[in-house]
Design a binder for this molecule. Structure first.
Ligand SMILES: [Zn+2]
Length: 61
């Protein structure tokens, strides 16, 4: 099913529909022409919030 995205350019914010097989690939906004990478799988979890990456601590120094 198609993925609905907002154009990342703040002055544009066009709603773009792309097929979900372009996830992780570069697409181009049909309104302003900016190209950006389609985020992968954002349907699960709270939108736009990524869990913080685990930072390896070298505690036993
Ligand atoms: Zn745009």
């Amino acid at each position: 099913m198609p993925v609905t995205l907002l154009c990342p350019r703040l002055s544009c914010r066009a709603i773009l529909r792309v097929p979900d097989n372009v996830r992780g690939q570069r697409v181009r906004c049909c309104e302003c022409g900016v190209s950006f990478i389609v985020p992968t799988e954002n349907s699960k979890g709270p939108k736009g919030v990524e869990p913080p990456k685990k930072v390896e601590q070298d505690a036993g120094k």
